[in-house]
Design a protein around this ligand. Structure first.
Ligand code: SF4
Length: 271
């Protein structure tokens, strides 16, 4: 475990935090925080001892294209209430990344230190934004820069910021997933076909569109999941969808997370 790493848990989910202290060319000290969890750690750690392999911001505040649907049920609201220490780091990152992006010398110094951390600690995969989204074009270019400087690391991202995805398309080590729901589906489909990207569809009311492109992933809201039932597949929502749609469902969300049901063993969003 790297020095300074912190573990916490909400139910079965364990979290990790790791700070990155950097000195800017003018001598200013700046700190960013990496986070992680048993669900997303992939091969960097284990379900019970995750490594911080993500960079996150603040939910909704840093999501310029958040929809009424995703705003209303965002899972980070629960994390904010239960794990203040993790969420406080998202707030710090949100402020600090804007300071960095306002100064080209800071951007280059940060990119070098950020990429060094990813190359040394996240060879098993790097997740952008357990919380938050791409909030500007220049931030999209920063993400592109990190991917270019870490060519042996597989990155993945979910975004509703379709207007900012162009700098991220075509990178061989970044998988871009378009987050969608009933409020933005038509824009998601246009963007998916334009750039050849996957749609990750959130359903809150249980309805799933018939025209989701092949390869899409379905994320059911809490009330639709079967993880609390003796037989999860008895859940009324599961019974209401087609066999093809069942194969598209995120197993970690529907069945619950475990060492074998998480990102990594499941590759629906990662290829
Ligand atoms: S579908 Fe698989 S890869 Fe995607 S979020 Fe769920 S567990 Fe992770």
């Amino acid at each position: 475990m790297a020095k300074g790493e912190i573990f916490m848990s909400i139910g079965p989910t364990k979290f990790a935090l790791q700070e990155l202290k950097m000195k800017m060319p003018d001598g200013r000290e700046i700190t960013l925080w990496f986070d992680g969890s048993g669900k997303v750690t992939r091969d960097n750690g284990t379900f019970d001892e995750p490594v911080a392999n993500a960079f996150s911001l603040v939910q909704v505040v840093d999501c310029p294209f958040a929809t009424p649907t995703c705003r209303s049920i965002c899972y980070v609201h629960i994390l904010e209430a239960n794990e203040r220490e993790v969420h406080d780091k998202y707030i710090l990152n949100s402020r600090t990344i804007r300071v960095i992006l306002s100064n080209s010398l800071y951007i280059m110094a940060t990119a070098n230190a950020f990429a060094k951390y990813v190359n040394e600690n996240c060879r098993g995969g790097f997740r952008w934004h357990v919380s938050g989204d791409i909030f500007s074009w220049i931030y999209a270019c920063f993400i592109r820069l990190i991917c270019l400087e870490t060519p042996n690391v597989r990155h993945w991202i979910y975004t509703r910021s379709y207007d900012y995805v162009a700098p991220l398309v075509g990178l061989p080590n970044l998988v871009v997933n378009l987050s969608a729901d009933k409020d933005n589906l038509s824009r998601a489909i246009v963007t998916a076909y334009r750039f050849g990207l996957r749609i990750c569809y959130l359903t809150v009311d249980g309805l799933v569109p018939d025209d989701l492109p092949a390869g899409s992933v379905i994320f059911p809201n809490h009330s639709l999941r079967g993880r609390e039932l003796p037989r999860p597949t008895d859940a009324p929502w599961w019974q209401s969808i087609t066999p093809e749609q069942r194969r598209m469902v995120c197993p970690a969300d529907f069945f619950g997370q475990s060492p074998n049901i998480r990102c990594g063993p499941c590759r629906k969003c990662l290829k």
